[in-house]
Design a protein around this ligand. Structure first.
Ligand code: NIG
Ligand code: FE
Length: 397
Protein backbone atom coordinates (compact mmCIF):
# COMPACT_ATOMS: atom_id res chain seq x y z
CA UNK A 1 0.00 0.00 0.00
CA UNK A 2 1.20 3.52 -0.79
CA UNK A 3 -0.10 6.78 0.68
CA UNK A 4 0.65 9.92 -1.31
CA UNK A 5 0.21 13.69 -0.89
CA UNK A 6 0.07 13.42 2.89
CA UNK A 7 0.89 16.17 5.36
CA UNK A 8 2.81 13.71 7.48
CA UNK A 9 3.42 14.08 11.23
CA UNK A 10 6.08 11.44 11.87
CA UNK A 11 6.31 12.38 15.61
CA UNK A 12 10.09 12.12 15.59
CA UNK A 13 11.60 15.28 17.11
CA UNK A 14 8.21 16.87 17.83
CA UNK A 15 5.66 16.81 15.02
CA UNK A 16 8.39 15.87 12.55
CA UNK A 17 6.23 17.35 9.77
CA UNK A 18 6.86 16.37 6.16
CA UNK A 19 4.74 18.20 3.55
CA UNK A 20 3.67 16.40 0.37
CA UNK A 21 4.78 13.08 1.81
CA UNK A 22 4.43 9.44 0.86
CA UNK A 23 4.29 6.40 3.13
CA UNK A 24 5.05 2.97 1.67
CA UNK A 25 3.67 -0.07 3.49
CA UNK A 26 4.29 -3.78 3.02
CA UNK A 27 2.26 -6.25 5.04
CA UNK A 28 1.76 -4.68 8.46
CA UNK A 29 5.00 -2.65 8.36
CA UNK A 30 6.02 0.81 7.23
CA UNK A 31 8.81 0.42 4.65
CA UNK A 32 9.50 4.03 3.81
CA UNK A 33 8.28 7.55 4.67
CA UNK A 34 9.45 10.86 3.21
CA UNK A 35 8.86 13.43 0.52
CA UNK A 36 7.10 12.09 -2.57
CA UNK A 37 9.89 13.55 -4.69
CA UNK A 38 12.33 11.19 -2.95
CA UNK A 39 10.16 8.04 -3.14
CA UNK A 40 12.34 5.12 -4.27
CA UNK A 41 11.25 3.58 -7.55
CA UNK A 42 10.61 0.19 -5.89
CA UNK A 43 7.77 1.67 -3.84
CA UNK A 44 5.94 3.45 -6.66
CA UNK A 45 2.40 2.22 -7.11
CA UNK A 46 -0.06 2.70 -9.92
CA UNK A 47 -3.00 2.90 -7.52
CA UNK A 48 -1.92 4.88 -4.44
CA UNK A 49 -4.20 6.17 -1.68
CA UNK A 50 -4.18 9.92 -2.37
CA UNK A 51 -4.44 11.85 0.93
CA UNK A 52 -5.02 15.11 -0.98
CA UNK A 53 -2.94 17.09 1.50
CA UNK A 54 -4.65 15.66 4.57
CA UNK A 55 -2.81 15.23 7.84
CA UNK A 56 -1.51 11.70 8.50
CA UNK A 57 -0.40 10.74 12.01
CA UNK A 58 0.55 7.50 13.70
CA UNK A 59 -2.60 5.66 14.81
CA UNK A 60 -3.54 7.07 18.20
CA UNK A 61 -2.71 5.05 21.33
CA UNK A 62 -4.95 5.20 24.39
CA UNK A 63 -2.59 4.02 27.14
CA UNK A 64 -5.02 4.12 30.10
CA UNK A 65 -8.62 2.88 29.99
CA UNK A 66 -11.08 0.89 32.08
CA UNK A 67 -13.15 0.14 28.96
CA UNK A 68 -14.47 -3.21 30.21
CA UNK A 69 -17.09 -2.73 32.93
CA UNK A 70 -20.81 -3.24 33.48
CA UNK A 71 -23.39 -0.52 34.03
CA UNK A 72 -22.89 3.19 34.42
CA UNK A 73 -22.82 5.72 37.26
CA UNK A 74 -25.10 8.52 36.09
CA UNK A 75 -26.76 8.55 39.54
CA UNK A 76 -23.40 9.24 41.14
CA UNK A 77 -22.88 12.06 38.66
CA UNK A 78 -26.13 13.55 39.94
CA UNK A 79 -24.98 13.08 43.57
CA UNK A 80 -21.78 14.96 42.83
CA UNK A 81 -23.79 17.78 41.28
CA UNK A 82 -25.62 17.96 44.64
CA UNK A 83 -22.26 18.42 46.38
CA UNK A 84 -21.07 14.90 47.30
CA UNK A 85 -17.36 14.28 46.59
CA UNK A 86 -15.85 11.30 44.74
CA UNK A 87 -14.18 10.16 47.99
CA UNK A 88 -17.39 10.49 50.04
CA UNK A 89 -19.27 8.39 47.52
CA UNK A 90 -16.47 5.79 47.50
CA UNK A 91 -16.32 5.61 51.32
CA UNK A 92 -20.11 5.09 51.42
CA UNK A 93 -19.72 1.97 49.26
CA UNK A 94 -20.57 3.59 45.92
CA UNK A 95 -18.04 4.65 43.33
CA UNK A 96 -15.76 1.89 42.06
CA UNK A 97 -17.56 -0.66 44.29
CA UNK A 98 -20.93 -0.04 42.62
CA UNK A 99 -19.34 -0.90 39.26
CA UNK A 100 -17.77 -3.96 40.93
CA UNK A 101 -21.24 -5.23 41.90
CA UNK A 102 -22.50 -4.81 38.34
CA UNK A 103 -19.36 -6.33 36.81
CA UNK A 104 -19.46 -9.39 39.06
CA UNK A 105 -23.06 -10.01 37.94
CA UNK A 106 -22.17 -9.76 34.24
CA UNK A 107 -20.92 -12.63 32.08
CA UNK A 108 -17.78 -12.44 29.98
CA UNK A 109 -20.01 -12.21 26.88
CA UNK A 110 -22.03 -9.35 28.46
CA UNK A 111 -18.82 -7.48 29.28
CA UNK A 112 -17.54 -7.88 25.73
CA UNK A 113 -20.87 -6.79 24.25
CA UNK A 114 -21.07 -3.63 26.35
CA UNK A 115 -17.40 -2.75 25.79
CA UNK A 116 -17.55 -2.93 21.99
CA UNK A 117 -19.65 0.23 21.41
CA UNK A 118 -17.15 2.17 23.54
CA UNK A 119 -14.27 0.68 21.60
CA UNK A 120 -16.02 1.58 18.33
CA UNK A 121 -16.21 5.19 19.49
CA UNK A 122 -12.50 5.14 20.29
CA UNK A 123 -11.70 3.64 16.90
CA UNK A 124 -13.86 6.29 15.22
CA UNK A 125 -11.74 8.87 17.06
CA UNK A 126 -8.55 7.50 15.51
CA UNK A 127 -7.30 4.94 18.06
CA UNK A 128 -5.43 1.85 16.83
CA UNK A 129 -3.97 0.63 20.16
CA UNK A 130 -5.93 0.60 23.43
CA UNK A 131 -4.84 -0.48 26.89
CA UNK A 132 -7.63 -1.99 29.02
CA UNK A 133 -7.44 -2.62 32.76
CA UNK A 134 -9.25 -5.08 34.96
CA UNK A 135 -10.16 -3.84 38.44
CA UNK A 136 -13.94 -4.14 38.62
CA UNK A 137 -13.97 -7.86 39.45
CA UNK A 138 -11.91 -7.99 42.66
CA UNK A 139 -12.16 -11.79 42.97
CA UNK A 140 -9.80 -14.18 41.20
CA UNK A 141 -12.54 -15.44 38.87
CA UNK A 142 -14.00 -12.00 38.14
CA UNK A 143 -10.64 -10.37 37.41
CA UNK A 144 -9.87 -13.20 34.97
CA UNK A 145 -13.31 -12.76 33.39
CA UNK A 146 -12.68 -9.06 32.77
CA UNK A 147 -9.22 -9.70 31.30
CA UNK A 148 -10.57 -12.42 29.00
CA UNK A 149 -13.32 -10.08 27.78
CA UNK A 150 -10.73 -7.36 27.19
CA UNK A 151 -8.53 -9.67 25.12
CA UNK A 152 -11.52 -10.73 23.01
CA UNK A 153 -11.96 -7.10 21.90
CA UNK A 154 -8.75 -7.44 19.91
CA UNK A 155 -10.25 -10.40 18.03
CA UNK A 156 -13.63 -8.72 17.44
CA UNK A 157 -12.21 -5.39 16.25
CA UNK A 158 -9.26 -4.07 14.22
CA UNK A 159 -7.37 -2.68 17.19
CA UNK A 160 -4.45 -3.85 19.34
CA UNK A 161 -5.50 -4.47 22.95
CA UNK A 162 -3.01 -4.51 25.81
CA UNK A 163 -4.28 -5.67 29.18
CA UNK A 164 -3.23 -4.48 32.62
CA UNK A 165 -4.03 -6.46 35.76
CA UNK A 166 -5.59 -3.99 38.25
CA UNK A 167 -6.96 -6.20 41.02
CA UNK A 168 -5.45 -3.65 43.44
CA UNK A 169 -8.01 -1.03 42.35
CA UNK A 170 -10.25 -1.01 45.44
CA UNK A 171 -10.81 -3.05 48.59
CA UNK A 172 -14.05 -5.02 48.20
CA UNK A 173 -16.52 -5.05 51.14
CA UNK A 174 -15.58 -8.62 52.16
CA UNK A 175 -12.01 -7.36 52.83
CA UNK A 176 -12.98 -3.97 54.33
CA UNK A 177 -10.00 -2.50 56.26
CA UNK A 178 -7.93 -5.64 55.46
CA UNK A 179 -5.81 -4.55 52.48
CA UNK A 180 -2.96 -6.97 53.30
CA UNK A 181 -5.32 -9.94 53.32
CA UNK A 182 -6.89 -8.76 50.05
CA UNK A 183 -3.50 -8.45 48.35
CA UNK A 184 -2.42 -11.88 49.61
CA UNK A 185 -5.68 -13.73 48.98
CA UNK A 186 -7.01 -12.08 45.81
CA UNK A 187 -4.61 -9.68 44.08
CA UNK A 188 -1.58 -12.01 44.06
CA UNK A 189 -3.45 -15.25 43.21
CA UNK A 190 -5.41 -13.50 40.44
CA UNK A 191 -2.16 -12.14 39.02
CA UNK A 192 -0.60 -15.61 38.98
CA UNK A 193 -3.69 -17.17 37.40
CA UNK A 194 -4.04 -14.41 34.80
CA UNK A 195 -0.34 -14.52 33.96
CA UNK A 196 -0.50 -18.32 33.57
CA UNK A 197 -3.29 -17.79 31.04
CA UNK A 198 -1.25 -15.17 29.16
CA UNK A 199 -3.69 -12.38 29.99
CA UNK A 200 -1.32 -9.79 31.50
CA UNK A 201 0.85 -7.19 29.77
CA UNK A 202 1.41 -5.03 32.88
CA UNK A 203 0.42 -4.75 36.54
CA UNK A 204 -1.32 -1.60 37.75
CA UNK A 205 -2.68 -0.47 41.15
CA UNK A 206 -4.49 2.46 42.74
CA UNK A 207 -2.40 4.13 45.43
CA UNK A 208 -4.70 6.39 47.45
CA UNK A 209 -6.25 6.79 50.92
CA UNK A 210 -9.47 5.21 49.57
CA UNK A 211 -7.50 2.33 48.00
CA UNK A 212 -3.98 1.01 48.77
CA UNK A 213 -0.80 2.38 50.38
CA UNK A 214 2.65 1.85 48.93
CA UNK A 215 3.29 -0.61 51.81
CA UNK A 216 0.21 -2.64 50.80
CA UNK A 217 1.42 -2.72 47.21
CA UNK A 218 5.06 -3.65 47.79
CA UNK A 219 4.53 -7.46 47.66
CA UNK A 220 2.37 -7.13 44.53
CA UNK A 221 4.92 -5.04 42.64
CA UNK A 222 7.78 -7.25 43.82
CA UNK A 223 5.94 -10.31 42.48
CA UNK A 224 5.11 -8.60 39.21
CA UNK A 225 8.76 -7.83 38.64
CA UNK A 226 9.76 -11.39 39.60
CA UNK A 227 7.36 -12.55 36.87
CA UNK A 228 9.03 -10.17 34.43
CA UNK A 229 5.94 -7.98 34.16
CA UNK A 230 6.21 -4.19 33.99
CA UNK A 231 4.29 -2.12 36.54
CA UNK A 232 2.40 1.18 36.41
CA UNK A 233 0.47 3.06 39.08
CA UNK A 234 -2.54 5.34 39.61
CA UNK A 235 -0.60 7.83 41.72
CA UNK A 236 -1.22 11.17 43.39
CA UNK A 237 -4.71 11.58 41.90
CA UNK A 238 -6.48 12.87 45.03
CA UNK A 239 -3.58 13.32 47.45
CA UNK A 240 0.20 12.88 47.64
CA UNK A 241 0.93 9.31 48.79
CA UNK A 242 4.50 9.16 47.41
CA UNK A 243 3.12 6.71 44.87
CA UNK A 244 5.10 8.01 41.90
CA UNK A 245 8.42 7.59 43.72
CA UNK A 246 7.37 4.08 44.80
CA UNK A 247 6.45 3.24 41.18
CA UNK A 248 9.74 4.68 39.93
CA UNK A 249 11.63 2.55 42.46
CA UNK A 250 10.02 -0.47 40.76
CA UNK A 251 11.07 0.81 37.33
CA UNK A 252 7.47 1.56 36.41
CA UNK A 253 6.55 2.23 32.79
CA UNK A 254 4.28 5.07 33.96
CA UNK A 255 2.70 6.86 36.87
CA UNK A 256 -0.78 8.11 36.01
CA UNK A 257 -3.01 11.07 37.07
CA UNK A 258 -0.37 12.95 39.17
CA UNK A 259 -2.39 16.03 40.20
CA UNK A 260 -0.69 15.98 43.66
CA UNK A 261 2.77 14.91 42.45
CA UNK A 262 5.67 16.36 44.51
CA UNK A 263 9.02 17.53 43.19
CA UNK A 264 10.61 14.45 44.81
CA UNK A 265 8.21 12.32 42.77
CA UNK A 266 9.20 14.12 39.58
CA UNK A 267 12.90 13.62 40.28
CA UNK A 268 12.35 9.91 40.92
CA UNK A 269 10.33 9.50 37.71
CA UNK A 270 12.92 11.33 35.62
CA UNK A 271 15.73 9.17 37.03
CA UNK A 272 13.83 5.92 36.43
CA UNK A 273 12.55 6.85 32.97
CA UNK A 274 8.96 6.51 34.18
CA UNK A 275 6.46 8.27 31.88
CA UNK A 276 3.73 10.57 33.22
CA UNK A 277 0.21 9.72 32.01
CA UNK A 278 -1.99 12.80 32.16
CA UNK A 279 -5.74 12.14 32.47
CA UNK A 280 -7.64 15.40 32.02
CA UNK A 281 -11.02 13.63 31.68
CA UNK A 282 -10.92 12.61 35.37
CA UNK A 283 -9.72 16.08 36.41
CA UNK A 284 -12.60 17.64 34.47
CA UNK A 285 -15.29 15.23 35.71
CA UNK A 286 -14.27 15.53 39.38
CA UNK A 287 -13.97 19.33 39.05
CA UNK A 288 -10.47 18.99 40.47
CA UNK A 289 -8.64 22.29 40.88
CA UNK A 290 -5.10 21.01 41.51
CA UNK A 291 -3.37 20.89 38.11
CA UNK A 292 -0.58 18.29 37.63
CA UNK A 293 2.88 19.93 37.69
CA UNK A 294 3.20 20.05 33.89
CA UNK A 295 5.93 22.70 33.71
CA UNK A 296 8.11 20.82 36.20
CA UNK A 297 7.58 17.50 34.40
CA UNK A 298 8.51 19.20 31.14
CA UNK A 299 11.61 20.78 32.70
CA UNK A 300 12.67 17.40 34.13
CA UNK A 301 12.32 15.76 30.71
CA UNK A 302 9.66 13.28 31.84
CA UNK A 303 7.75 12.05 28.74
CA UNK A 304 4.08 12.96 29.10
CA UNK A 305 1.34 10.73 27.66
CA UNK A 306 -2.33 11.71 27.44
CA UNK A 307 -5.15 9.16 27.78
CA UNK A 308 -8.93 9.05 28.18
CA UNK A 309 -9.04 7.00 31.43
CA UNK A 310 -12.37 5.81 29.99
CA UNK A 311 -14.32 4.54 33.02
CA UNK A 312 -17.89 4.80 34.33
CA UNK A 313 -17.06 6.97 37.35
CA UNK A 314 -14.39 9.60 36.96
CA UNK A 315 -14.03 9.77 33.18
CA UNK A 316 -16.83 8.62 30.86
CA UNK A 317 -14.75 9.80 27.89
CA UNK A 318 -14.01 7.74 24.77
CA UNK A 319 -12.29 10.32 22.55
CA UNK A 320 -8.53 10.80 22.56
CA UNK A 321 -8.75 14.04 20.52
CA UNK A 322 -11.10 15.42 23.21
CA UNK A 323 -8.61 14.32 25.92
CA UNK A 324 -5.92 16.18 23.93
CA UNK A 325 -8.11 19.29 23.80
CA UNK A 326 -8.61 19.10 27.58
CA UNK A 327 -4.89 18.54 28.19
CA UNK A 328 -4.14 21.76 26.30
CA UNK A 329 -6.96 23.92 27.65
CA UNK A 330 -6.97 22.69 31.26
CA UNK A 331 -3.28 21.80 31.74
CA UNK A 332 -1.51 24.02 29.20
CA UNK A 333 0.13 21.25 27.23
CA UNK A 334 1.08 22.42 23.76
CA UNK A 335 -0.84 20.73 20.91
CA UNK A 336 2.48 19.16 19.93
CA UNK A 337 2.90 17.69 23.43
CA UNK A 338 -0.72 16.50 23.34
CA UNK A 339 -0.15 14.62 20.06
CA UNK A 340 3.15 13.18 21.31
CA UNK A 341 1.09 12.16 24.35
CA UNK A 342 -1.27 10.01 22.29
CA UNK A 343 1.41 8.62 19.94
CA UNK A 344 5.14 8.32 20.74
CA UNK A 345 4.85 8.92 24.48
CA UNK A 346 1.76 6.72 24.84
CA UNK A 347 3.73 3.89 23.22
CA UNK A 348 6.50 4.54 25.71
CA UNK A 349 4.00 4.41 28.63
CA UNK A 350 2.99 0.94 27.42
CA UNK A 351 6.54 -0.27 26.81
CA UNK A 352 5.90 -0.55 23.04
CA UNK A 353 8.79 0.19 20.70
CA UNK A 354 7.12 -0.84 17.44
CA UNK A 355 4.61 2.03 17.10
CA UNK A 356 3.77 5.62 17.99
CA UNK A 357 5.83 7.19 15.20
CA UNK A 358 5.93 6.93 11.42
CA UNK A 359 9.26 5.37 10.47
CA UNK A 360 10.52 2.31 8.55
CA UNK A 361 10.05 -1.06 10.30
CA UNK A 362 7.33 0.23 12.65
CA UNK A 363 3.77 -1.10 12.55
CA UNK A 364 1.66 0.44 9.80
CA UNK A 365 -1.03 1.93 12.06
CA UNK A 366 -1.98 5.35 10.71
CA UNK A 367 -4.80 7.85 11.05
CA UNK A 368 -5.74 10.15 8.17
CA UNK A 369 -7.51 13.32 9.30
CA UNK A 370 -9.69 15.95 7.66
CA UNK A 371 -7.19 18.50 8.91
CA UNK A 372 -4.22 20.27 7.43
CA UNK A 373 -2.16 20.83 10.57
CA UNK A 374 -1.68 18.63 13.67
CA UNK A 375 -2.67 21.43 16.09
CA UNK A 376 -6.22 21.12 14.71
CA UNK A 377 -6.61 17.76 16.47
CA UNK A 378 -6.26 19.44 19.87
CA UNK A 379 -8.02 22.63 18.89
CA UNK A 380 -11.40 21.16 17.96
CA UNK A 381 -13.83 20.21 20.74
CA UNK A 382 -15.40 16.84 20.00
CA UNK A 383 -16.31 15.51 16.53
CA UNK A 384 -12.85 14.12 15.69
CA UNK A 385 -12.18 14.80 12.00
CA UNK A 386 -11.06 11.25 11.17
CA UNK A 387 -11.06 10.60 7.42
CA UNK A 388 -9.58 7.10 7.29
CA UNK A 389 -7.69 4.66 9.49
CA UNK A 390 -5.04 2.13 8.53
CA UNK A 391 -4.56 -0.76 10.95
CA UNK A 392 -1.75 -3.24 10.42
CA UNK A 393 -1.24 -2.00 6.86
CA UNK A 394 -4.88 -2.30 5.82
CA UNK A 395 -7.43 0.47 5.34
CA UNK A 396 -10.66 0.16 7.33
CA UNK A 397 -13.49 -0.91 5.07
O1 NIG B 1 -8.48 6.14 36.91
N1 NIG B 1 -8.54 6.30 40.09
C1 NIG B 1 -9.01 5.17 40.10
N2 NIG B 1 -9.56 4.55 39.07
C2 NIG B 1 -10.27 5.18 38.03
C3 NIG B 1 -11.65 5.52 38.42
C4 NIG B 1 -12.47 4.33 38.46
C5 NIG B 1 -13.89 4.59 38.82
O2 NIG B 1 -14.26 5.61 39.43
O3 NIG B 1 -14.66 3.69 38.47
C6 NIG B 1 -9.51 6.37 37.49
O4 NIG B 1 -9.93 7.52 37.61
FE1 FE C 1 -7.69 4.92 35.77
Amino acid sequence: MLLTHATLATMTGGYGLIPDAAVAIEGDRIMWAGRIADLPRAFRDTDPFDCKGRLVTPGLIDCHTHAVHAGHRAAEFEQRLQGASYEEIARAGGGILSTVTATRAASEADLLATALPRIDQMIASGATTIEVKSGYGLTVADEIKVLRAARRIGVARRVTILTSHLAAHAIPPEYKSRPTAYIGEVALPSLLAAQAEGLVDAVDAFCETIAFSTGDLEPLFARARALGLPVKLHAEQLSDQNGAAFAARHGALSADHLEYLSSAGITAMAAAGTAAVILPGAFYTLRETQIPPIAALRAAGVPMAVATDLNPGSSPLASLPLAMNMACTLFRLTPEEALLGTTAHAARALGLTDRGRVAPSLRADLSVWDAGHPAELSYRIGAPPLHARIFGGRLDA
